[in-house]
Write a protein that binds this ligand. Sequence first.
Ligand SMILES: Cc1ncc(COP(=O)(O)O)c(C=O)c1O
Length: 578
Amino acid sequence: MQTLDNEIAEKILSKKIEKAEAMRIFDGLSESDKLELISKIKSKLMDTSGGATSSKRLKPLDQRDLEDSHRSFIEKLTESYEKFVYKSKQNIPKNHYHFVDQRRNFHLIKELKQMHFQVTYEKADGAYIHDIDGNKYIDISGDMGVNIFGHKPTFMVDAVKAALDRGIPLTGYSETIHNVTKLISELTGHDRVLFTQSGTEAVVVATRMARAATNRKKIVLFDGAYHGLSDVVMVMRGMQGESLAAGPGMLQEFADQIIVLKYGDKESLDIIEAQADEIAGVLVEPVQSRHIYNKPVKFLNELRNLTIEKDIPLIFDEMITGFRVTPKGAQGVFNITPDISTYGKIPGGGLPTGLVAGSKKYMDLIDGGTWEFEDDSMPKSKRVGMGGTHSQNPLKIAASYATMSEIKRRMEVSKNCNYFSNDCECLYCKLNIKTMRMVEELNQFFIENNLPITIDIFGSLFRFRFVDSYWGITEALMFLLMRMNGVETNIQGNCFLTTAHNQEDIRNIIDAVKKSLKTLIKENFFYEAKIEPQIESVPVAMPKPVVKTAPKNEVNIGNSQLQQLKDLLLRDLKKISQ
Ligand SMILES: Cc1ncc(COP(=O)(O)O)c(C=O)c1O
């Protein structure tokens, strides 16, 4: 069966192939890929300026464009919100001095400051979160990707309680750790498995292994990916393609050892080929959770071939996608096996963990490889530094074993399984299809209402994307309203369904999204934008290329002058660019 990659989608969209050929390719796709392609086409049509959909497409209001009516809506909303989560808000001034949390100021918009605080949770069960004000939300935050079976599944609670009863000795081995590593190998197809304390640590260890294996220095990673907190990989791509330390306190010396390339771009493969002698490893988030729409399968296949040819270890960071889409993660969908994989989140069963799994050749770098009691064998491989007081903490090992066993159990019912089939009862088919149906309905709603929003999806991971704006006041309000309408998301943007979400929950999620957006439409937080003339390569910042429709009863005196001024500016800019 053909897999969907961006190139096929692009060819179909750009009509570079005949309709009959397009249909042949389409028919060869799996059901899931067909649906995905349809939503890609729809979102592409929204993206393309000048297309029928795009000419009608609304724009989300930005905080700089607020008018009195919007401010008065925000004022009223603030009042009701403060009542709605009263105790949670009271908690902030009482406690924020002692409790440091970087996420507190994430996406903070001054105009919504009064509503910008994290809710205090009281408990979580199944698909729901309860806060201290007595509100119950359907949780689609997925605990940042950790949660796949809903909160507090009995099998997990029992396993952790039983582990607690046995005490939590940190040195020595347990039967559970032997069982779980074997099981993870079975589920992922990787030879050997290492537990770390976090995903960040797993990535650090994986890059260290790659450097040790090759005696080379540089690590390639791709723009748009996130690989955890460490200085080793928190590196950005600058305007000229240079590598830059990602923020204060991070040393440029670390960034200098990283090559940040464009993801999915053929030129990146050429660069890797040209600099292969220096490259210790290529680190990829195969489907970047912040750019889910980009699934460059062909690129990944070529990257796999190239790294084999050049003997460069390929590392897939499947922290979010691992055990989420298939047991192996994206590699299970794309049929590409990296040398090393990093996992985390789901295999911790709700407790903190990271995993490094991979071929014996590389994993032996941790413990030197196996040796036997009966003969004179000794560890053969050199060893990299590795430790971690809580790497094998029995509580998380128990939670991990419970989760992995449940995944295995729910995969045993699979038949004709490609992880996205309608007639398979396995965990992933059911969860992936359930999510896809929900996303389909919502994407349809966005199109019908000319909303500049689309939801990108990969298995049960999905993300709302405002098509041509990034985190303005309208988007922030949508998430606040969704909370007031009973759906809890995560400010960081990734959303997830779990096996605990039933059809009624999904109906309620859809209704909450629609209701929240209808409110924003009614309150004029979306407006019609004029299509501006296109200018190529303008070397200075463009004036804001939108003209709002005049609010009712207001004479639109300034607009024609404004337009003339803009035209003038645009002509000037065009001259500069020539
Ligand atoms: C792809 C990826 N890699 C690494 C990490 C870091 O994992 P952790 O937060 O457990 O350190 C994350 C966290 O979200 C991630 O998404």
